[in-house]
Design a protein. Structure first.
Length: 150
C-alpha cells in the first residue's frame, strides 16, 4: 500500500466535526492496519457536533462517543502522519510534529460554522464534507476502495 502510515492523526480546531469524521472513515477503511487518532487546537472534551454524528451514522459509522482531545494528548514522536484541516491546526502540527513525521494540510471548511444556516443546509454541508473526506482519503491512500462507504 502506497504511503500507508502506521499511525495517523487528523487535526482541526475543535475536534468535533472534521477530524473525528476523518478518523472514523480512516478506521473503517483500514481497520487495525493503521492506528488513528484525532485532536483539536481548541479541544476541551466537547462532544461531536450532532450533524456530524448524523451524517456518519448514515454510513453506519458511530462517532457519538468521541470526546474532543487537545494536541498535548498525543505523543507525536510515535506518529507517522498528521493531516490538518485548518490553518491554526496546521501551524500547531508544524510546531510539534514536522521534525518527526509528515504533516499535510487539507484545507476543508467547517460545515457547521454558519449558525444562521438551516438544519437541512447544515446536514447537506456535513454530507458534502463526508464525501470530500472519502475522496481525499481514497486519493491519498489509493490502495483502499473508499467507495465502499458511499
Amino acid at each position: 500500500m502506497r504511503d500507508l502510515p502506521a499511525r495517523i492523526v487528523f487535526a482541526c480546531d475543535r475536534n468535533t466535526v472534521r477530524s473525528p469524521m476523518a478518523a472514523a472513515i480512516m478506521r473503517h477503511l483500514f481497520g487495525h492496519r493503521v492506528a488513528v487518532d484525532s485532536v483539536g487546537v481548541l479541544a476541551h472534551g466537547e462532544v461531536p457536533d450532532g450533524f456530524a454524528v448524523a451524517v456518519m451514522a448514515e454510513l453506519g459509522l458511530d462517532i457519538a462517543g468521541h470526546e474532543a482531545k487537545p494536541f498535548d494528548t498525543v505523543d507525536f514522536a510515535a506518529v507517522d502522519h498528521v493531516v490538518t484541516f485548518t490553518p491554526c491546526a496546521h501551524h500547531r502540527a508544524l510546531q510539534v510534529a514536522s521534525d518527526v513525521c509528515v504533516v499535510e494540510y487539507w484545507p476543508l471548511p467547517d460545515p457547521v460554522s454558519d449558525e444562521d444556516a438551516s438544519r437541512d443546509d447544515r446536514l447537506a454541508a456535513c454530507r458534502a464534507l463526508r464525501e470530500t473526506l472519502l475522496e481525499h482519503i481514497g486519493a491519498r491512500f489509493p490502495a483502499v476502495d473508499a467507495q465502499r462507504l458511499a
